[in-house]
Design a protein around this ligand. Structure first.
Ligand code: TYM
Length: 323
């Protein structure tokens, strides 16, 4: 079974990326066909500086490796190293209805905020469908915000198969109940575009400042508090075991504990949780040649599979010579 997912190198990864997606990548990597890639073609829709994009891509690889992605088990590659994906994108584009893309949230959100969208953003879900379909992917671990795009992918695969015969594999998304939508410091979904993220590897000092800034209600210290409606508690749950969660929930309900104390608990738990990864990242960053080698080897493997599927697709729809 093929497990596949991608992540954009638009900046440094945050807790939402980790608990929604990266943690799943690592949990599923012992599947012998796990493919994970850094979506630099997607990032081009927002990062318009060559050096920055290249740096972000290497940082993304370092982060993933430090967090436990094991290149001996999973294939890690850069999206743009497999140019077959853009050929498949075009082919899929010819069977994609505009109305389907108009419903997709990345574009809809921008439009609603009065921001002009370019064709790259509008057709972004088609490139994502190509990412998934090019490798015959069965399972796509993601956060809640990407589920819609996987539905689009299924629609496109079905439509292609209907028009040209059984060619493409229909994927399923996989989300975690507990962390499909991690809240940011303002309580909305943690997202770079909202400016509410807490990065995994920022310094302890910066991280503390952000944790302390998490928005809460104005309940006084002695008041009882509701753990189920509190971003601080929601974040604590990601790091703590069940006993610790139950203890903090009981203290919330009893009153007498301030949000400052709960925030400090989140900060301490996060430092502990990512402590080893922080150390590993420093070691890896001192050996960038190895990171480049891992990406090159990953691209080789991914491309082999991608070429096979693209040929199948071309042959089905009348491009190139038939096989
Ligand atoms: P991206 O780069 O925005 O996010 C990477 C992954 O992190 C998840 N995520 C979250 N999960 C829970 N709570 C949050 N607050 C949160 N914020 C982000 C996302 O759901 C995602 O799984 N289009 C994709 C990248 C992509 C892709 C693909 C994914 C390109 N091609 C093919 C899967 C398959 C994106 O922009 O994710």
């Amino acid at each position: 079974m093929r497990v596949l997912s991608g992540i954009q190198p638009t900046g440094r990864f945050h807790w939402g990326n980790y608990f929604g997606a990266i943690k799943q990548y690592i949990d599923l990597q012992d599947n012998d066909q796990a493919f994970y890639f850094i979506a630099d073609l997607h990032a081009l829709t927002t990062v318009r500086d060559a050096e920055q994009l290249r740096q972000n891509t290497i940082d993304a690889a370092l982060d993933l490796l430090a967090l436990g992605l094991d290149p001996k088990q999973a294939t890690l590659f850069r999206q743009s190293d497999v140019p077959e994906v853009t050929s498949l994108t075009w082919i899929l584009m010819t069977i994609t209805q505009m109305s389907l893309l108009e419903k997709c949230h990345a574009y809809k959100d921008k439009k609603a905020n009065g921001i002009a969208a370019d064709a790259g953003l509008f057709t972004y879900p088609v490139l994502m469908a190509a990412d998934i379909l090019l490798y015959d992917s069965d399972l796509v671990p993601v956060g809640q915000d990407q589920v819609q795009h996987i539905e689009v992918t299924r629609d496109l695969a079905q439509r292609f198969n209907m028009l040209f015969g059984e060619t493409l594999t229909l994927p399923n998304s996989r989300t975690l109940d507990t962390s499909a939508k991690v809240p940011g410091t303002d309580g909305r979904k943690m997202s770079k575009s909202y400016g509410n993220v807490i990065e995994i590897f920022e310094t302890a000092k910066q991280q503390r400042k952000k944790v302390m800034s998490i928005k809460t209600d104005s309940a006084a210290l002695e008041d009882p508090k509701d753990p189920d409606n509190c971003a601080v508690f929601a974040l604590y749950q990601l790091f703590a075991d069940e006993t610790q969660q139950a203890e903090l929930a009981a203290r919330y309900r009893a009153g007498g504990m301030g949000y400052g104390e709960a925030k400090q608990a989140v900060h301490d738990a996060a430092l502990e949780y990512f402590g080893e990864a922080r150390e590993r990242r420093e070691q890896l960053a001192a050996d960038l040649d190895t990171v480049h080698d891992i990406l090159a080897e990953g691209a080789r493997k991914a491309r082999e599979k991608g070429k096979e599927v693209l040929e199948r697709v071309q042959s089905a729809c009348g491009l190139g010579t038939s096989h």
